[in-house]
Write a protein that binds this ligand. Structure first.
Ligand SMILES: Cc1ncc(C[n+]2csc(CCOP(=O)(O)OP(=O)(O)O)c2C)c(N)n1
Length: 338
């Protein structure tokens, strides 16, 4: 059940691409953290700093027309799925140019064009949606796969079992990916979770279950690539569990009185970015100039997204009454629509 999946031979282009995606997520979220602390962003913010290997490794094997459902901690998932950085940042600012026209905010980022069916403030709500997306793909005769991200806390709610059961019974093309960061808000994994593993529950549904080192991007990539291939070929769902560590509080501003400071220090030692850089270095393929260029490009892109968001207009008050029903969305898609 524990996956021996880290490939021995390094695929340098893949490792480099994953590194770039992870660094981009890290730098974007650091900026979001600072903007939030400065009072520039409204609402609640949940960051995934330290967990970037899961987002990057899981989304890389997906096609653009594959779909993803996400959680309240979904900025990294959105960026890894190919979402718009400008759209994300403007959405966090609540601006009309945001990917949800400023009406979603951090916990409700959605972008159908990018195959990102939505972050979700309702814990576990993405799992039944993933079954719907997968069933829709089958009924439309496509080979699209849906990947559902969720946390270990979410796995203890009823919809997790309903969704995994249905997907298994109907052999739906879903990859269930639990991002187990050891905590559900302030509740420790062990305190609320029977059986010691989320992946172990797969046996009860007769599907493949794998527990992975979620700080190893290449391991996550290999496991998800295999699960996606299986789902695409009609082999049904898989239940993967990527064990990782969240470096920040549950939400920005969380005083984290429930955990030892040493845990975050351990997390920093297991830094998925550092590990991947080390892997490239050991293979003698690390290029300082390349790394610097990647960093600079990312920082410039973030500056651009922040400037774009700050210069963008707020939504018109009347916009509160649009996008409420699917009809609105269809009207807009029609040529000459509003
Ligand atoms: C149905 C529901 N119940 C409770 C909450 C409150 N809540 C928000 S996040 C969270 C814990 C989530 O833990 P986990 O699923 O492990 O994800 P993580 O925050 O660790 O990424 C809870 C209980 C909620 N949003 N929705």
């Amino acid at each position: 059940m524990t996956a021996p999946l880290t490939p021995d031979v390094l695929d340098v282009p893949l490792a480099s691409a994953l590194y770039r995606t992870m660094l981009r997520i890290r730098r974007v979220e650091e900026r979001i953290r600072d903007l939030y602390a400065a009072g520039r962003l409204p609402g609640f913010i949940h960051l995934s700093i330290g967990q970037e290997a899961v987002a990057a490794g899981a989304c890389a094997p997906l096609r653009r027309d594959d779909t993803v459902t996400s959680t309240h901690r979904g900025h990294g998932h959105y960026l890894a799925k190919g979402g718009s950085l400008r759209g994300l940042v403007a959405e966090l600012y609540g601006k009309a140019t945001g990917c949800c026209r400023g009406k979603g905010g951090s916990m409700h980022i959605a972008d159908v064009a990018a195959g990102y069916l939505g972050a979700n403030g309702v814990l576990t709500a993405g799992l039944p949606l993933a079954c719907g997306a997968a069933l829709s793909a089958r009924m439309r005769g496509t080979d699209q796969v849906c990947l559902a991200f969720f946390g270990d806390g979410a796995a203890n709610r009823g919809p997790f079992h309903e969704a995994v059961n249905l997907a298994a019974a109907w052999a739906l093309p879903v990859v269930f990916l639990c991002e187990n960061n050891g905590w559900a808000s302030s509740t420790a994994f062990a305190a609320a979770t029977a059986g010691g593993s989320i992946a172990g529950r797969a046996a009860g549904y007769g599907i493949v279950g794998l527990s992975l080192d979620g700080n190893e991007a290449l391991t996550v990539h290999a496991a998800v690539a295999a699960a996606v291939a299986r789902a695409r070929a009609g082999g049904g769902p898989s239940l993967l569990e990527a064990r990782t560590i969240r470096w920040q509080g549950h939400f920005e501003g969380d005083p984290q009185v429930y955990r030892e400071k040493t845990e975050v220090l351990d997390g920093r030692r297991a830094d998925p970015l550092g590990r991947l850089a080390e892997r490239l270095r050991t293979a003698s393929t690390w290029d300082e100039r390349w790394a610097k260029e990647v960093e600079e490009t990312i920082l410039a892109e973030i500056d651009d997204a922040v400037a774009f968001a700050e210069a963008s207009p707020d939504p018109e008050p009347a916009a509160a009454f649009t996008d409420l029903f699917v009809r609105d969305v269809e009207d807009r898609r029609r040529p000459g629509g509003p």
